[in-house]
Design a protein around this ligand. Structure first.
Ligand SMILES: NC(=O)c1ccc[n+]([C@@H]2O[C@H](COP(=O)([O-])OP(=O)(O)OC[C@H]3O[C@@H](n4cnc5c(N)ncnc54)[C@H](O)[C@@H]3O)[C@@H](O)[C@H]2O)c1
Length: 288
């Protein structure tokens, strides 16, 4: 698919990443079909997009008059058939192999043969996900970062069978969104999470072993290494369950014990302390 021919984007899943991806495409003039399984999730997604657009307006990055036009470019749907109009679909459902394989297989059956199918997976093999479709040469990883409207990076990951044309289309598409695409190979955690997650995991070990409190660990990295957020604050923001899942993918993928998840992280996830979204992680949020 010629990148110039890509006009309509389907986003599968309207959660944290899906609504951010829909926001960015609509803001840059693309028509977006945002699909989730329940109307309430779509309502929440559109509400988030609206709030995030308001923030851009307050910061002077977007003209107030543009907001209505951006929102009008997003169709929020629950039925699968509506995505058949898309030139490119990006899957952003939870990080579970079987769920992703099912969602991708369904999308593959509905999309036109020339459409590109992309996944926003953080760590699962793009090649393995491509195998759930009949279009492995038109399948690619486009790993956006959270929050999508703000973070410039997109890791672009080729599966074993991804064609040069699909790769070029994905790279060009990122540039049209004023993102900075970085091509990386299909390897567990790609680059971003292979480097970031052991860093977060090691910070959790420091807390577990009583080397320092969470606050002290974060201060060391913020004040000493100039990180805008400490690793444990960041872990709470990402979701401790997400961090644990990715550590497990790294451990399984490399078979190297250096990737073993910190027992404290496991215990916190088992207790339902998932970070900001559950009100408690390494920190306590919102008076909960
Ligand atoms: N959260 C992050 O910081 C982050 C960053 C980069 C990549 N990712 C990746 O992005 C993906 C999505 O993560 P998220 O944090 O947005 O998850 P999320 O749980 O916030 O959202 C997932 C959404 O998918 C929907 N969904 C479930 N089944 C569906 C189906 N069959 N069809 C359509 N929608 C369905 C859910 O209802 C939910 O709204 C994951 O692969 C994750 O690893 C997450």
């Amino acid at each position: 698919m010629n990148p110039e021919g890509i006009r309509t984007i389907a986003v599968l899943g309207g959660g944290t990443m899906g609504n951010g991806i829909a926001h960015v495409f609509a803001r840059y003039g693309y028509r977006v079909i945002l699909r989730d399984i329940e109307r309430q999730f779509l309502d929440r997604a559109v509400e988030n997009i609206s709030k995030n657009l308001d923030r851009e307006i307050r910061k002077g990055k977007l003209a107030a008059a543009e907001k209505a036009a951006i929102l009008s470019r997003i169709d929020a749907v629950t039925d699968l058939d509506s995505i058949s109009r898309a030139d490119l679909a990006i899957e952003a459902v939870p990080e579970r192999l079987e769920l992703k394989r099912r969602v991708l297989g369904e999308a593959d059956r509905v999309l036109r043969p020339q459409a590109i199918l992309a996944t926003n997976t953080s760590s699962i093999s793009v090649t393995a996900l491509a195998a759930a479709t009949q279009r492995p040469e038109r399948f690619i990883g486009m790993h956006f970062m959270n929050p999508v409207p703000i973070m410039p990076l997109v890791e672009v990951i080729r599966g074993l069978q991804t064609s040069d044309e699909t790769f070029e289309a994905a790279m060009n598409l990122c540039k049209k969104l004023e993102k900075k695409p970085v091509a990386v190979a299909d390897s567990p955690g790609f680059v971003s999470n292979r480097v970031l997650m052991p860093f977060i995991n090691e910070a959790a070990f420091c807390v577990m072993e009583g080397v320092a409190t969470a606050d002290a660990v974060d201060n060391v990295m913020k004040l000493g290494m100039n990180h805008p957020m400490g690793p444990l604050e960041l872990a709470d923001f990402i979701g401790l369950d997400v961090c644990l899942d990715i550590m497990e993918v790294l451990l399984e993928g490399f078979g190297d014990p250096k990737f073993r998840p910190c027992p404290l992280l496991k215990k916190m996830v088992a207790a339902g302390w998932l970070g900001k979204k559950s009100g408690r992680g390494f920190y306590v949020y919102g008076g909960k």
